[in-house]
Design a protein around this ligand. Structure first.
Ligand code: BGC
Length: 695
């Protein structure tokens, strides 16, 4: 049957008059031989910023707000394919000029929270929900997951990424890819590779020893690619050892394709014009967002004999192979109405699975049912659900912590609700065109007068303080007032703890952050600390359910919280003094000689995150990799190696139902898994895979 179809397709291909062959899954060769040089060049150069800016310009595109598109060639039946961000949900414009309908997408928890679940099955469900929204809104390839190694706490995009460990990062990314692609939508694992800072990101040269590169910064991609076969890979902005990744044949062809067997397409990050023929020669198939001049450059270069047409053909074929897989090519009609309600439930469940309990002295948590809670901190009333930049999502709403707490039956203090409400109204950043597209920080923290704390403490049973942080694409984080707490935050924690403790009342700090912050200097003050990360649109509800005990915390840290920033050797080779400035700060060619701007020495070698503590004598971290508390207790049996897997039995020995994460290190992470919800006394035997794709 298949053979007959092929023969018919071949016949049509060869008999059709020039210009009449139309692309099918089977006739890619025929279409390729039919294409003019100009058409070939056209296909490997994206259609520009038209769709990304359509929300502002009102341009008539299929998916306004999508990051990019390919160019259609209608005479050959080649449609334009839509590419859209991003990791925490689909990023498209929520409103369209000629429509009354809305096009909101679910805001899922950030990458660091997803990896904190240590639960591949949960992450796959998140991926499937995001993939479904992409499909139903007409997106063909999702520009996610972001999976660079969290080399240093101050990287502005750590929130999009998963871990300091390549195995955890690779397995979680593979689950995400498998989920999205189960909906028939492609993914783009990004940013390949060693893209670990935002400062001067278009030019920075990551100088990394090959062994370290392969062992850490490529290893996670290798695992993800071998476990999930993503349709595409996105080459990063930066250089590695002097060569832009987008034109590095060793990286994109020798390693990615020849060694690892990747058979999909490589696209550029949203670079603008570089050396297009060199990119094609290296095995970079699609230039995004794409400029017309790149088409001419390619045509010229082939005509002059500088770029062999065969090299271009290889890339064109890969673009065609991608196109025939897409929903648009296969005639799918998007409903424009994904089931946002059921996806919100997935977002909430994922948040609840990844929130990490860092401290819980004298059983401060869970809180007494129905207690009166004094909520402090701007973040308690203005939860930051995700980071900014291309990882931003236009979600329909955000459940704040005050709303979540009220929904869980807690009573809040109107004095504080009014005070913070008025402050936030006055101080929230003005909406600009850019913040409309890419999100923004919320109102800054408020100076909290101690007299206010004293005046409300008598009315409340306990206090909760939220500390928030925002970060995003285009800039790294600051050391002062970002990694380290601001003075007003320190005062707020100290005052609330002092006043409430003097009345015998407990205090919990909720961390609503995208990345690691300093905790060692203040963590002994409150009774409990809950790391909520940026938990997505359902965050307030999820945190409240953890605080009330409806959900037993089961998240674990995917990244080390060091005692001090400079304990991590990468800190000596990170642009923390440029932090917060734009991605172009001090950069371009002009910054070539400036350490940590023009280039960054990965001189710490393998000593990234917890590996530093394993390999060198050093002060203990504030919270180690894999750390997290629970409201129940577990007994974990001795792991038994059995061929290619490890078998281990976990029993809930406590009084409430909970899930347990099993982490096997020797001395680095070897494998991991998570139990289902175990009732008190219940056991589960986990069989954990031991050998991930061999290096
Ligand atoms: C980001 C990518 C993103 C692309 C398209 C770039 O600036 O680095 O992660 O997918 O823009 O929005």
């Amino acid at each position: 049957m298949r053979k007959t179809v092929c023969i018919i397709a071949l016949l049509f291909g060869s008999l059709a008059a020039p210009g009449q062959v139309k692309l099918t899954r089977e006739n890619i060769d025929d279409v390729l031989s039919e294409m003019t040089l100009k058409e070939k060049a056209t296909l490997v150069v994206g259609a520009g910023y038209k769709s990304m800016l359509a929300g502002i310009t009102g341009a008539d595109v299929r998916v306004p707000g999508a990051a990019g598109m390919t160019r259609a060639i209608s005479r050959l039946g080649i449609p334009a394919v839509v590419l859209s961000d991003g990791p925490a949900g689909v990023r498209i414009e929520p409103a369209r000029k000629r429509s009354k309908a809305t096009f909101y997408c679910t805001g899922f928890p950030i990458g660091s929270l997803l990896s904190s679940t240590w639960n591949p099955e949960m992450v796959e469900r998140v991926g499937a929900a995001i993939g479904n929204e992409a499909l139903e809104y007409g997106v063909d390839v999702l520009l996610a997951p972001g999976m660079n190694i969290q080399r240093n706490p101050l990287c502005g995009r750590n929130f999009e990424y998963y871990s300091e460990d390549p195995l955890l990062s690779g397995v979680i990314a593979a689950s995400y890819v498998n989920g999205v692609q189960s909906e028939g939508v492609g993914t783009s694992v990004k940013h390949f590779a060693a893209n670990n800072q935002e400062t001067n990101r278009f030019w920075n040269d990551s100088r990394v020893d090959e062994e370290v590169l392969r062992g850490l910064y490529l290893r996670n991609f290798e695992i993800a690619i071998k476990l999930s076969r993503p349709w595409t890979v996105m080459a990063s902005y930066n250089r590695i050892n002097g060569i832009h990744t987008q034109q590095d044949k060793w990286l994109l062809t020798d390693v990615l394709r020849d060694e690892w067997g990747f058979d999909g397409l490589v696209m550029t990050d949203w670079t603008g014009k570089r050396d297009t023929p060199a990119q094609i020669s290296a095995g970079c198939d699609l230039m995004e967002p794409g400029e017309k001049s790149q088409i001419n450059e390619l045509v010229r270069s082939v005509k002059r004999g500088e770029l062999p047409e065969e090299a271009l053909d290889i890339c064109v074929r890969r673009v065609l192979e991608l196109i025939v897989k897409t929903p648009v090519f296969n005639g799918y009609t998007p409903s424009q109405a994904p089931d946002l309600k059921s996806h919100a439930a997935v977002a909430q469940e994922a948040a609840e699975d990844g929130i990490v309990l860092l401290e819980n002295r004298s059983r401060a948590l869970p809180l007494e049912r129905g207690s009166v809670v004094a909520l402090f901190g701007v973040g308690s009333y203005q939860l930051l659900p995700g980071g900014t930049g291309s990882g931003h999502v236009h979600r329909p709403y955000v459940v704040n912590l005050d709303e979540g707490m009220a929904g869980e039956g807690f009573t809040l203090l109107p004095t504080l609700t009014d005070l913070y409400g008025r402050y936030i109204d006055k101080n929230k950043p003005k909406k600009t065109m850019l913040s409309g597209m890419l999100g923004s920080a919320g109102a800054p923290e408020m100076e909290l007068d101690r007299s206010i704390v004293e005046s409300v403490a008598g009315e409340a049973d306990c206090a909760i303080i939220t500390i928030s942080r925002q970060a995003g694409e285009g800039g790294d984080r600051h050391l002062e007032g970002d990694f380290l707490l601001e003075e007003k935050e320190k005062r707020m924690i100290a005052d609330v703890c002092e006043v409430f403790h003097s009345l015998g009342k407990k205090v919990t700090v909720v961390l609503n952050v995208g990345g690691v912050i300093e905790t060692a200097s203040w963590k002994d003050l409150p009774d409990a600390i809950v790391l909520a990360w940026q938990p997505g649109q359902e965050g307030g509800r999820a945190v409240a359910r953890i605080l009330s005990g409806k959900v037993c915390p089961s998240g674990r840290l995917p990244v080390t919280f060091p005692a001090g920033y400079f304990d991590l050797p990468s800190s000596a080779h990170f642009p923390y003094e440029y932090s917060g400035r734009s991605s172009m700060a001090g950069g371009g060619n002009a910054g070539d000689d400036v350490p940590n701007v023009g280039y960054t020495e990965y001189a710490e070698g393998m000593e990234v995150g917890y590996r530093h503590y394993v390999l060198s004598e050093s002060p203990a971290p504030s919270y180690p990799f894999g750390y997290g508390l629970s409201y129940t207790t577990f007994e974990t049996g001795t792991p038994v190696i059995d061929g290619n897997s490890v078998t281990v039995t976990v029993t809930n020995t406590g009084a409430v139902a909970g899930k347990e994460v099993v982490i096997i290190m020797d001395p680095f992470l070897q494998t991991f898994g998570k139990t289902r919800l175990l009732l008190p006394g219940e056991s589960q035997t986990l069989v954990l895979p031991l050998f991930f794709p061999a290096p």
